[in-house]
Write a protein that binds this ligand. Structure first.
Ligand SMILES: Cc1cc2nc3c(=O)[nH]c(=O)nc-3n(C[C@H](O)[C@H](O)[C@H](O)COP(=O)(O)OP(=O)(O)OC[C@H]3O[C@@H](n4cnc5c(N)ncnc54)[C@H](O)[C@@H]3O)c2cc1C
Ligand SMILES: Cc1cnn(-c2ccc(OCc3ccccc3)c(C(=O)O)c2)c1-c1ccc(Cl)c(F)c1
Length: 470
C-alpha cells in the first residue's frame, strides 16, 4: 500500500555482498520500498573481463526459480539457461545411460554464474531506491548502533548507518564476525578432504561435444566428475577428487593415466592439450560446510546465503537455498507487517532448521557418493526411485525430487524421506516373509509323501506360532 511504502522509504537497509544472494536480496528489498544500499568488496563484475573464483555455471532448480519469479527475473534467467531433463551417467566402459529427472516439466537449468550475477545487479540498480557501491569491503559493524565500517576504493575507512544489515557476504562472511562474539551463537565449519577443479570441454565441429540437455555425471566413488552445458556450446566440467589425489598428479603423463583409467570417454571430448592446460592452470579449490544459529542478531542484522549456511556442492542447492532464504524472509516481512523486532527472530526460528537440513543433505550426498556410488549403483538407485515413484506417486517421492522440484521445506523432506525408507524396508521385509511362507507351503505340499511327516509336523508348529496369526 502507498502508506506502507511511504513509511518504508524511511527504512534504510544495507546489503553486504553483491554476489548472487546479495544481488537478489537487493531486488526483494527494493521492490518492497526500502532504501537499499549494496556494498560489494570486489569491482563491478559488469565491467570486469572475467570472473575467477567459484563454479562457472550452476544448476538452478525450483526453489531458486520461485525466488527469481517473485522479483520478475525468472523468465530472463531461464531464457539464458540450458535445461537438463535427465542425468547422463557415464560408465567406466564409456557406456552412457540417461535417467530422466521426472515428468516432462521436471528439469534443472544450467546457468552461467557471472551472467546471473550481472543480471541481478542490473535489476537491483534499476530501482530508484537502490544504490550499489563496489570496492567497498566491510571491516566490522556495531551491533548496538548498526554502524558499519567499510574500506573504500581509495583505501580510507568509511562509516555507514542502517536500520537493517543483511549479511550476504558468503562463506567467509565479515558480517558474521560480530555474531561469533555473542553468547549462545552456535557455529561450525567443516572442510572436506575433496577439492574441485574446473575443466572446459570445447565444442566439436561447432556444436556441443556431448548431448547438451543433460547433467553429465561420471560417478567413480572417490572420484566424481560432472559436466554442465554453457550457452557457448562448451561444457564446464567439475572434477572432484581428494586433495591427496590431486597432489599425486604432477605431470601430463600422470594426468592422462588417471583419465585413461577413470574418465576414458572424456579424453577425446576435451582433447589432450586442453585437458593438460586446464588441469594444471589452477590449483584445486577447497569446499567448506558452514552451519550457524541463530541467523539474526538483535533486530539489527540477518545473515542469508552462504554467510548463514555454506553447503558442499553435492546437491546443487547452495544458491537455490540462498535464493529461497530471500523468499522466506520476504514472506515473513509480509506476515509480521515488516516489524523487524518480530520478523528477525521468526526468520531464524523458521529458516535455521531448513538451512541446517540442506547442509546435512549435501554432506550426506557427498559421503554416500564417495562411498558407494559408481555408475552401476547410481543407475540402480535412480531406477528404483523412479519405479517406486511411478507405482506409488503420492507415497514414494524420491528425496532428490522433493529437494530439487518442490518447495517442501528441507527439514520436512528429510522427515518424509526417512519415513519412506522405513515403509520400503518394511515392505521388502513383508515381501520376503510372504515369499518364504509361500515357498515353504509349496515345498510341503508337493514333497513326496514318505518324507512329509516331520515337515507336516514342522508346518503345523509354524502355523500355531503366535506371530503367524498377527
Ligand atoms: C564448485 C561449486 C559448485 C556449485 N554448484 C552449485 C549449483 O550447481 N547450484 C547451486 O544452487 N549452488 C551451487 N554452488 C553454491 C553457490 O555457488 C553458492 O551457494 C552461492 O554462490 C552463494 O551465494 P552468496 O551470494 O551467498 O555468496 P557468494 O556467491 O560467495 O557472494 C558473496 C559476495 O560477498 C562479497 N563479499 C565477501 N566479503 C565481503 C565483505 N567483507 N564486504 C563486502 N562484500 C564482501 C563477495 O565478493 C561476493 O561477491 C556451488 C558452489 C561451488 C563452490
Ligand atoms: C550440480 C548438481 C545438481 N544436482 N546434482 C545431483 C547430486 C546428486 C544426485 O544424486 C545423488 C545420488 C546418486 C545415487 C545414489 C545416492 C545419491 C543427483 C541425481 O540424482 O542426479 C544430482 C548435482 C551434482 C553435484 C555434484 C556431483 Cl559429484 C554430482 F554427481 C551431481
Amino acid at each position: 500500500s502507498s502508506k506502507k511504502n511511504k513509511l518504508n522509504n524511511k527504512k534504510k537497509v544495507a546489503v553486504v555482498g553483491g554476489g548472487l544472494v546479495g544481488g537478489l536480496n537487493a531486488c526483494f528489498l527494493a521492490k518492497r520500498g526500502f532504501e537499499v544500499t549494496v556494498f560489494e568488496s570486489r569491482e563491478d563484475i559488469r565491467c570486469a573481463k572475467t570472473v575467477k573464483g567459484k563454479s562457472i555455471n550452476l544448476a538452478l532448480s525450483h526453489r531458486g526459480r520461485q525466488a527469481l519469479k517473485h522479483v520478475g527475473m525468472e523468465d530472463k534467467i531461464v531464457s539464458n539457461g540450458i535445461p537438463m531433463h535427465a542425468r547422463m551417467i557415464h560408465s567406466v566402459n564409456g557406456k552412457c545411460s540417461p535417467i530422466p529427472y521426472g515428468r516432462k516439466g521436471q528439469y534443472i537449468l544450467s546457468v552461467g554464474r557471472a551472467n546471473l550475477n550481472k543480471e541481478l545487479l542490473t535489476a537491483a540498480e534499476a530501482y530508484p531506491n537502490t544504490q550499489l557501491n563496489f570496492n567497498h569491503k566491510l571491516l566490522d559493524w556495531n551491533p548496538e548502533t548498526g554502524t558499519m565500517t567499510f574500506l573504500g576504493p581509495d583505501g580510507t575507512e568509511k562509516d555507514f548507518q542502517a536500520d537493517l544489515i543483511v549479511g550476504c557476504d558468503g562463506a567467509f562472511s565479515a558480517t558474521r564476525k560480530q555474531f561469533l562474539r555473542r553468547s549462545r551463537f552456535d557455529y561450525s565449519q567443516t572442510y572436506i578432504p575433496h577439492g574441485y577443479l574446473e575443466l572446459t570441454m570445447p565444442p566439436r565441429n561447432g556444436d556441443f561435444a556431448m548431448k547438451p540437455n543433460f547433467l553429465h555425471i561420471w560417478p567413480r566413488n572417490t572420484f566424481m566428475m560432472i559436466a554442465l552445458p554453457n550457452m557457448d556450446k562448451t561444457f564446464t566440467c567439475t572434477l572432484f577428487m581428494p586433495f591427496e589425489e590431486f597432489e599425486k598428479i604432477t605431470t601430463g603423463d600422470e594426468l592422462m593415466a588417471h583419465f585413461q583409467k577413470y574418465f576414458q570417454d572424456s579424453i577425446p571430448l576435451f582433447g589432450v592439450d586442453v585437458l593438460k592446460r586446464d588441469f594444471f592452470q589452477l590449483p584445486a579449490q577447497a569446499m567448506v560446510s558452514v552451519k550457524c544459529s541463530p541467523h539474526h542478531l538483535n533486530e539489527k542484522c540477518i545473515l542469508m546465503g552462504d554467510a548463514a549456511h555454506a553447503v558442499v556442492p553435492f546437491y546443487g542447492q547452495g544458491m537455490n537455498a540462498g535464493f529461497e532464504d530471500c523468499l522466506v524472509f520476504d514472506e515473513i516481512l509480509d506476515q509480521f507487517d515488516e516489524d523487524l523486532s518480530a520478523v528477525l527472530p521468526e526468520y531464524s526460528r523458521v529458516r535455521v532448521p531448513d538451512d541446517h537440513a540442506i547442509c546435512d543433505l549435501a554432506m550426506y550426498n557427498y559421503i554416500e557418493m564417495r562411498a558407494h556410488v559408481n555408475s552401476r549403483y547410481f543407475l540402480f538407485r535412480k531406477y528404483l526411485d523412479n519405479v517406486l515413484h511411478f507405482f506409488m506417486p503420492r507415497t514414494i517421492i524420491p528425496l532428490y525430487t522433493m529437494v530439487t522440484f518442490t518447495r517442501t521445506r528441507y527439514h520436512e523432506a528429510v522427515i518424509r524421506w526417512k519415513w519412506q525408507n522405513k515403509v520400503i524396508t518394511q515392505g521388502l521385509l513383508l515381501l520376503g516373509t510372504m515369499s518364504t511362507a509361500g515357498a515353504t507351503y509349496l515345498l510341503v505340499k508337493y514333497i513326496p509323501q514318505k518324507s512329509t511327516g516331520s515337515v507336516e509336523q514342522l508346518w503345523n508348529k509354524l502355523l500355531n506360532l503366535k506371530w503367524f496369526q498377527k
